[in-house]
Write a protein that binds this ligand. Structure first.
Ligand code: C5P
Length: 222
């Protein structure tokens, strides 16, 4: 008999708090965690390293097809590209912007699909991204769409980057977030959209703890 592996998906725009909430919820449930954005970000780093012209979709696809990624858990998540630790490069806005440009290419999404599905392992999975509940795990048992106002998301992203020692300008962050959201929502393949069966949470005026409690309330205690 096939064992049912429960999946909880958390989708939404950047800066809504998905990463923090998903990581803590996964830890509390004792489930695996998929940060799908890190896969698109790793591809972006590989493309930047190889100086690939992003308008060349064939070259971009080739890099996606041969992407050699390893995820390791230490204190936090460590991502290795061709054996090299790229974790600290993943968070930059430049990486996020390139990720969102190449994430709009349907063939690239198709190639990266299985890498994401492979994270579904016992005892369960919390998957964070843009299309987790709509495309990658449409049959997920629990789905959340987590968002916040654009101003609040830019503020959070600014704080997060400054804490990591990355000096950024809040106005630039706001306009980059808006451009990225627009690209993610308007692309034809797997756009950022709320799954019909997802719980909508607007975290603008909520604490992280309140969001976590609401997400956890979806999952029956076992
Ligand atoms: O979530 P994060 O900001 O790390 O994602 C970076 C970019 O990767 C997003 O702006 C989006 O374009 C892309 N992405 C995606 N589908 C996902 C996760 C991320 O298209 N499931």
């Amino acid at each position: 008999m096939l064992m049912n592996i429960p999946v909880l998906t958390i989708d939404g725009p950047s800066g809504a708090g998905k990463g923090t909430v998903s990581r803590i919820v996964a830890k509390k449930l004792g489930w695996n965690y998929l940060d799908s954005g890190s896969i698109y970000r790793s591809l972006a780093i590989a493309l930047l390293q190889k100086n690939v012209d992003l308008s060349n979709e064939i070259e971009t696809l080739k890099v996606a097809q041969t992407l050699d990624l390893a995820f390791e858990c230490d204190d936090g998540l460590i991502v290795k590209l061709n054996g090299q630790d790229i974790t600290s490069q993943l968070v930059t806005e430049a990486t996020g912007n390139v990720a969102s440009i190449v994430a709009a290419i349907p063939e690239v999404r198709q190639v990266l699909l299985q890498k994401q599905k492979d994270f579904k392992k016992p005892p369960g999975l919390v998957a964070d991204g843009r299309d987790m509940g709509t495309v990658v795990f449409p049959d997920a048992d629990f789905k959340v769409y987590l968002t916040a106002s654009a101003t609040k998301r830019a503020e959070r992203r600014y704080k997060q980057l400054m804490e990591k020692g990355i000096d950024v300008n809040i106005l630039q962050i706001t306009s980059e977030i808006e451009a990225r959201d627009c690209r993610d929502k308007e692309r034809l393949t797997a756009p950022l959209v709320q799954a019909v069966d997802a719980l909508f949470i607007d975290s603008s005026a909520m604490t992280i703890d309140a969001v976590i409690a609401q997400v956890l309330s979806l999952v029956p205690q076992r």
